[in-house]
Write a protein that binds this ligand. Structure first.
Ligand code: XMP
Length: 507
């Protein structure tokens, strides 16, 4: 197990993912929350930071419990921090030190640089530089602008590097991490999806015994993988609830319910469409729509969970990015752009104990664990779909007719992506129903009907996204099919905005 101490770098999660790609487990903790018990950690990585070590309010944690005692890899800020407080000197650099650089290893017989080629490309991003190394340090590498690009401290397993091994542009970054973690710290590469599934199932079985767990399925990857793990552990004691909020894709409720049953899950489908759509009637504000859907979902789920007698646990598909405590560089709260999670009051099911089998996994790891559990690729490769569903793709107020129109449009678009082999090249796609009518002509008749916008984006985490350059022929055919087959729609447009400044969903 590796401990990554986060000093607020934008790359911290990337470090964790690179370590996990080496099949080594790791956890991220904020720099000011160093665990008391460090016995589980075979190595520590110090992240970068937007701060300068010389700033008063910069992170200055006490590392005496780890320095010299555990193998340490200090990256960028981390390396400067060790230098600054252990006899070295860190000062503003007078040349630009961002982007590509070439590493000249001075000591290439060192295990740290095993298999690293001469003048390997590395990525720099810092404005301070280490002018003097800390006490007992040996320089291991330089670049043309950075004299002290890598060092180690004699008599310790402490290494400092100014470049970022976690980013893609550091070509041999993964090898550097492997050298440190495997060849120096001696960690075993045993963290595989199969091993994770096996240990997790055993742990869940032990933790839950024959108590009952309730879990809300959404059709998405996370809740599905969480359910399958729990099902393997406790079988029929897992009670899944799949709610139809009336805002799902066309046929999604029945299709997915069938699939779940085929997977042997004990799942109850609850069609609460009317309850959601009635509650939404007349509401046109995006945030209020989300709040209503959140509230009704909780009511429905609460009612259903009371029907499962003696349930003690609530299962959730929470994943690691949801739980990592982030170090805010500004200290201020970030603005709420969209409220994705709204919990009003404390419903009864919240009093259950919570079990979250995926809470240490990144999204791509959830997929790999899902594959090792035998879940169909079709389910694992599904595009993300927002909890409020089509409600936030129907601009303005929601009616049953509008939902039906959008379901048809969406189905033509998504089925088309699949047929053209484009579905897996797109991170997320969907259609928006706009609150405007426009004039058209069909046959000899004037029409005055709805306009839909198609959106397809590429992204890795939904935080930033770019529109996908879908083939013109595909767009042409899809547009024709939508206008010909879906009554009420006479115009189709394609959204070519990136995020930021636009968002993926239109509401
Ligand atoms: P935006 O529109 O913020 O979307 O660029 C980013 C990702 O989040 C999804 N999304 C939501 N998911 N509840 C959800 O569960 C919501 O209220 C919500 N709003 C947006 C969106 O589909 C995209 O994947």
């Amino acid at each position: 197990n590796v401990l990554i101490l986060d000093f607020g770098s934008q790359y911290t999660q990337l470090i964790a993912r690179r370590v996990r790609e080496l099949n080594i487990f790791c956890e991220i903790k904020p720099y000011n929350k160093l665990p008391d018990d460090l016995s589980a950690y075979g190595a520590v990585i110090l992240s970068g930071s937007p701060f300068s070590v010389r700033a008063e309010d910069a992170p200055h944690p006490d590392l005496s419990k780890i320095k010299g005692k555990k193998p340490i890899l200090a990256i960028c800020y981390g390396a400067q921090y060790l230098a600054h407080f252990h006899g070295g000197n860190v000062a503003p650099s007078n040349t630009r030190e961002y982007g590509r650089a070439r590493l000249t290893t001075i000591k290439n017989d060192e295990p740290f640089f095993y298999e690293i080629s001469e003048s390997s490309q590395v990525w720099m991003s810092h404005s301070d530089t280490i002018k003097e190394l800390p006490t007992g340090a040996v320089r291991l590498a330089s670049t043309s602008d950075v004299e002290n690009a890598a060092y180690r401290i004699d008599g310790e397993q402490t290494f400092g590097i100014q470049f970022h091994p976690e980013v893609y542009h550091t070509i041999q970054g993964k090898q550097v991490l492997e050298n440190f973690l495997v060849h120096i710290a001696g960690l075993k590469q045993t963290w595989t999806p199969d091993a994770f599934a096996e240990t997790t199932v055993n742990e869940l079985r032990e933790k839950i015994g024959n108590q009952k767990v309730i879990l809300g399925l959404s059709g998405g990857v996370d809740s599905t993988v969480a359910a399958v793990l729990l099902h393997k552990a406790i079988g029929k004691h897992l009670h899944c609830i799949f709610v139809n909020n009336g805002l799902l894709r066309k046929n999604e409720f029945t299709d997915v319910l069938e699939q779940y049953k085929g997977m042997g899950l004990n799942v109850k489908g609850v069609d609460a469409s009317a309850r959601f759509l009635d509650a939404l009637a007349g509401e046109d504000d995006p945030e209020r729509k989300r709040k209503i859907i959140g509230r009704v979902f909780i009511e429905v789920f609460d009612d259903e969970s009371h029907l499962v007698e003696d349930a003690q646990w609530l299962g959730q598909g929470t994943i690691y990015p949801d739980v990592i405590e982030s170090v805010s560089a500004t200290g201020g709260p970030s603005a709420t752009i969209k409220s994705h999670h709204n919990v009003g009051g404390l419903p009864d099911f919240m009093k259950l104990k919570v079990v979250e089998p995926l809470k240490m996994l990144f999204k791509d790891e959830v997929r790999r664990v899902g594959a090792s559990l035998g879940i169909a690729d079709e389910r694992l490769g599904r595009h993300p779909f927002p909890g409020p569903g089509l409600a936030i793709r129907i601009l303005g107020d929601i009616t049953r007719e509008k939902v039906a129109i959008l379901q048809e449009v969406d189905a033509i678009f998504i089925d088309g992506l699949r047929e053209w082999g484009l579905y897996d090249k797109v991170w997320q796609a969907g259609a928006m129903l706009l609150p405007v009518n426009s004039v058209g002509v069909m046959g000899d008749e004037r029409t005055y009907e709805k306009c839909v916008a198609l959106r397809a984006v590429e992204s890795t985490d939904g935080m930033t996204a770019d529109w996908v350059n879908l083939p013109y022929e595909f767009l042409q055919k899809t547009s024709n099919e939508i206008i010909n087959k879906v009554p009420g729609v006479n115009r189709v447009v394609y959204d070519i905005s990136s995020k930021p400044p636009a968002t993926i969903e239109w509401e």
